[in-house]
Design a protein around this ligand. Structure first.
Ligand code: ATP
Length: 236
């Protein structure tokens, strides 16, 4: 049984249909990437899993639980953490406070090893622990957004465009870190514009177009696929 499964999901913003019968599975231990151009429905897919949007049709199940009636904070508690697009960190709070908030569903838990994990993955955050998050660089804010999601101790991490706006050297670092996080046992569902990098670390991927899955394959096969190469890897 898949750890996470979307089956025939339709989702709408008012009258605008963003997802049209999306079916996706993510197995325990995988990195699965969602590719597609702007407006394809990638962000909406993650929002639907996180419970901030609800499917109008279809089902989302996690570890055998139907998430239809589960509140977003309970979805986090079940083990799904979401690092949304655009690094929604709390700008006026410190790095430590942001990380603490990531662990709010785990009241009373000993967070020492979780802080250590985040600081080992992102040493820069340890140096900046008392700094107000709004004054961090873009790259550091992205690290904080991922670190905060990890503080929930998720079994699945939903990452929306983690490389957006980062300098190439930081893009490399962020992708290497996603790989490390996965190797430590966290399943990852990754939305990325940078298809080449995403496919280089993912096991499998889906290509979305106007709210539909148009291709599903192993990352290697997608990286070789002519349509993917033309549309997302910049080949003419
Ligand atoms: P991007 O890379 O641009 O974020 P995406 O693949 O993540 O693209 P979504 O953000 O999921 O795409 O958008 C899917 C569709 O839903 C698009 O047609 C978009 O215009 C529409 N949409 C997204 N957010 C809203 C909103 N808040 N209100 C109305 N329509 C929206």
């Amino acid at each position: 049984m898949a750890l996470l499964e979307l089956k025939d999901v339709d989702a709408f913003y008012g009258n605008i249909q963003a997802l049209r019968g999306i079916s996706i599975t993510v197995d325990r231990g995988e990195i699965v990437t969602l590719l597609g151009s702007n407006g394809a429905g990638k962000t909406t897919t993650l929002r639907t899993i996180a419970g901030v949007m609800r499917p109008r049709a279809g089902t989302v199940t996690f570890d055998g639980n139907d998430l239809a009636a589960v509140a977003p904070n309970h979805i986090v508690r079940l083990g799904i953490a979401h690092s949304p697009e655009g690094r929604r960190i709390f700008a006026r709070m410190t790095v430590r406070e942001n990380l603490e908030l990531g662990a709010y569903v785990r009241k009373g838990a000993d967070l020492t090893t979780d802080y250590e994990r985040v600081f080992t993955l992102f040493p820069r955050l340890r140096e900046r622990i008392a700094q107000v998050a709004g004054t961090l660089s873009g790259g550091e804010q992205q690290m904080l957004a991922i670190g905060r999601a990890l503080m929930a101790h998720p079994s699945v991490l939903l990452l929306d465009e983690p490389s957006m706006g980062l300098a190439p050297v930081l893009v490399e670092l962020v992708f290497q870190t996603i790989k490390d996080i996965n190797q430590q046992g966290t399943t990852v569902l990754l939305v990325e514009q940078n298809a080449l990098m995403a496919l280089s670390i993912a096991h499998r991927g889906y290509v979305l177009q106007t709210g539909r899955v148009v291709l599903a394959d192993s990352a290697e096969a997608l990286a070789r696929n002519e349509m993917v190469r033309k549309a997302y890897l910049g080949e003419s």
